[in-house]
Design a protein around this ligand. Structure first.
Ligand code: DC
Length: 220
């Protein structure tokens, strides 16, 4: 199987880019962040304190997270319910970052992620795909951009949804999330030794897509 790993910090454009590459190359796009978000949603719905490891693990061990595909779109199912419409909030993203530090939460999703890659050509995005989930991936990309650029993109996205935000606060949130994701004990976000660094701070979406497709094609 051809597996492509795309890791990087929040807001670097991983999912937008990975979706486009998947479409062009006929790969399946796997968004692992969405799986952590589904677990976070379950914790929020159960009023569990994200800092209480035992309670978080208890909830996560009882739920079932799976994914399905509808017209090339990944649907995350939480106990059989399509939760795509509930997982894109800042609250869910921050909770996902907080609970993803726990070993049992990560182990629960590891098998699902590895099985998908075993059976399909996937382009999988996350934080630990190249370093931990798929250490033998065919191509590994570490996609990043400055925190300011990422905050500007995020603010624009929220503005388009009619949500006015303070860019300084969005940037602070991003920096806090980066710090937590990079400094946790298990499978922290880092660039794999054999990953190609792509800094998209001064690149447009299509430019990044083309650049990464070229890296993949050159490797074949
Ligand atoms: O990519 P995202 O914003 O949807 O991810 C939400 C959080 O989930 C992220 O801040 C950390 C966690 N995550 C992780 O620990 N490992 C992954 N492979 C993907 C996401």
């Amino acid at each position: 199987m051809y597996n492509v790993a795309i890791d990087g910090p929040a807001g670097a454009g991983k999912s937008t880019i990975a979706k486009k590459i998947a479409k062009q190359l006929g790969f399946i796009y796997v968004d692992t962040g969405a799986m952590y978000r589904a677990m976070a949603l379950a914790c929020i719905r159960n009023n569990v304190d994200k800092d209480d490891e035992e309670a978080v693990v208890a909830v996560c061990s009882q739920i079932n997270v799976t994914i399905a595909y509808e017209s090339d779109m990944q649907i995350v199912m939480l106990n059989g319910e399509n939760v795509n419409g509930y997982i894109r909030t800042e609250e869910v993203g921050n909770t996902a970052s907080a609970i993803s530090v726990y070993k049992d939460v990560r182990l629960k999703l590891l098998e699902l992620q590895r099985n998908l890659a075993k059976e399909n050509n996937v382009i999988m995005d996350g934080r630990d795909i190249g370093t931990y989930v798929l250490p033998d991936a065919f191509v590994k990309i570490y996609l990043t951009a400055s925190s300011r650029t990422r905050a500007e993109r995020r603010s624009l996205e929220l503005k388009e949804k009619g949500i006015e935000v303070n860019i300084e606060e969005v940037e602070k949130d991003i920096i806090d999330r980066d710090y937590r994701d990079m400094h946790r004990e298990i499978a922290p976000l880092s660039q794999a030794e054999d990953a190609v660094l792509v800094d998209s701070s001064n690149m447009g979406i299509d430019e990044v897509v083309e650049h990464i497709i070229k890296i993949i094609e050159d490797r074949k």
